[in-house]
Design a binder for this molecule. Structure first.
Ligand code: SF4
Length: 104
């Protein structure tokens, strides 16, 4: 079965003289924590709720082994959508501002 990644690899490999494995390894640098993400084993739509009410995803994040890495990544990359590290965008923004204030 051809995955999306292998299709992209094939297309790029056939049209350019670049080291695709190196390129993909660089793109995934710092994202190794995602292999332990609890949300990768459960319906990912739960982490992108359409309403702003309580989400079961936030409770599941509390059980996730990589919660801190996930939260830090989302803040550092200004993730605009979904629940990351057990926090909504609004909660992450508040935490980011608090971290900035503490750092200065
Ligand atoms: S903490 Fe992050 S990686 Fe873990 S389940 Fe929640 S959203 Fe997924």
């Amino acid at each position: 079965m051809m995955t999306k990644t292998s299709a992209v690899r094939g297309r790029i490999a056939g049209s350019a003289d670049i080291d695709i494995d190196y390129l993909f390894s660089r793109l995934s640098e710092g994202l190794e924590w995602q292999k332990d993400a609890l949300c990768s084993q459960i319906d990912p739509e739960m982490w992108f709720p359409e309403d702003h009410g309580p989400s079961p995803a936030k409770r599941l994040c509390g059980e996730c082994l990589v919660k801190q890495e996930c939260l830090d990544y989302a803040i550092e990359n200004n993730e605009m959508h979904g629940i990351w590290g057990g926090m909504t965008r609004k909660e992450r923004r508040k935490l980011a501002l608090k971290r900035q204030a503490e750092a200065s």
